[in-house]
Design a protein around this ligand. Structure first.
Ligand code: SAH
Length: 258
């Protein structure tokens, strides 16, 4: 018995064992004892994780997949969380301990998976897995690139992001419409930002809402002083600013006397 793929859960099962192994091997397993796989499905990736010197947990929303895992991976049974990753309080399991995230993720919730990871960054030193290629490239892209955006800046403020390799639709059942891409995020040694972190998120999100406009225009709602707005950084468009410059911009806004 195998699991019948359900579209609304973003189910595309990976059938290439060597790709599954390559993804599992991408984590360093250093600095933490637990790994959480999001959306294990029938466990193609899970079985390689279980061979490693780490404690593997999985979170899966689909009852049919959970039943499959319970029947086929007996040792995993106690570490299957049958919940929605986006809604579940992970500290009920991890109790503030660090853990890595891995998965061939459900593509319909890619950005939300990443945002939740960023929120929990204090506990997540490493993150590896598969997204739609376009999303994976976006997360890893640098300023000046057409696809550079909110996900790139917010992720790279805290993590070093590396695009590992592309995966074609043919290795999945059913095949998705687009290519997939595997990426690896490693948390920076010092990931405390030298500016107000909440304000940083707001500045980046607001700045990119109108990516064609200068920051002077798109950040109007921040009520900045004329003096500050004269700074040349405000003449730039968001896609031109590096992560370091977004941090600098946030500090300037934070210290604006208005
Ligand atoms: N990792 C498997 C399955 C990938 S498909 C493989 O590579 O073959 C994506 C998986 O994520 C599916 O099993 C789906 O049921 C699960 N999923 C979808 N939304 C989820 C959510 N919100 N929380 C947890 N799992 C979810």
């Amino acid at each position: 018995m195998t699991v019948r793929a359900k579209k609304h859960l973003g189910q595309h099962f990976l059938e290439d064992e060597s790709i599954a192994q390559q993804i599992a091997d991408s984590l360093s397993l250093k600095g933490y004892n637990d790994v959480l796989e999001i959306g294990p499905g029938m466990g193609v990736l899970t079985k390689y994780l279980l061979k490693k010197d780490t404690t593997t947990h999985v979170i899966e929303i689909d009852t049919e997949s959970v039943d499959y895992l319970k029947n086929n991976y007996l040792h995993l049974a106690d570490r299957i969380i049958e919940k929605d990753f986006l809604k579940y309080d992970l500290n009920l399991v991890f109790e503030d301990k660090p853990f890595a995230i891995i998965g061939n993720f459900p593509y319909n919730i890619s950005s939300q998976i990443l945002f939740k990871t960023l929120e929990m960054r204090d506990q997540i030193p490493e993150f590896s897995g598969m997204f739609q290629k376009e999303v994976a490239m976006r997360i890893c892209s640098k300023e000046g690139s057409k696809v550079y955006g909110i996900l790139s800046v917010l992720t790279q403020a805290f993590y070093d992001a590396e695009y590992l390799f592309t995966v074609p639709p043919t290795v999945f059942n059913p095949p998705p419409k687009v290519d997939s891409g595997v990426l690896l995020l490693k948390r920076k040694e010092n990931y405390d930002l030298p500016c107000d972190e909440k304000l940083f998120f707001r500045v980046v999100k607001t700045g990119f809402q109108q990516r064609r406009k200068t920051l002077r225009n798109s950040l109007k709602t921040f009520n900045l002083s004329d003096n500050l707005k004269a700074n040349i950084i405000f003449g730039q468009r968001p896609e031109q600013l590096s992560v370091a410059q977004f941090i600098e911009l946030t500090s300037l806004i934070e210290n604006d006397e208005n």
